[in-house]
Design a protein around this ligand. Structure first.
Ligand SMILES: [Zn+2]
Length: 73
């Protein structure tokens, strides 16, 4: 039974991924749009610059934090 459910979930996941690629309005797409910034060191996605700064201070204290403008695409 669990196997069948897993398969179903995988199918849904693939469908959402396809919607995202097509610019669909799924929640997944909305969430992805909110995570455009990435840590330049470990590529962890972050919603905004403040989170990047906190993340870098915590995880990469030896790295210099780039200015916010460096994250604008
Ligand atoms: Zn990082």
């Amino acid at each position: 039974m669990a196997r069948g459910k897993q398969k179903e979930q995988a199918r849904e996941k693939a469908q959402k991924l396809a919607e995202t690629r097509q610019g669909g309005k799924s929640q997944l797409a909305a969430r992805a749009a909110g995570l455009q910034m990435k840590c330049p060191v470990c590529k962890t996605p972050a919603a905004n610059y403040k989170i990047i700064v906190k993340h870098m201070e915590a995880k990469h204290p030896k790295e210099s934090i780039p200015p916010e403008s460096a994250f604008q695409s």
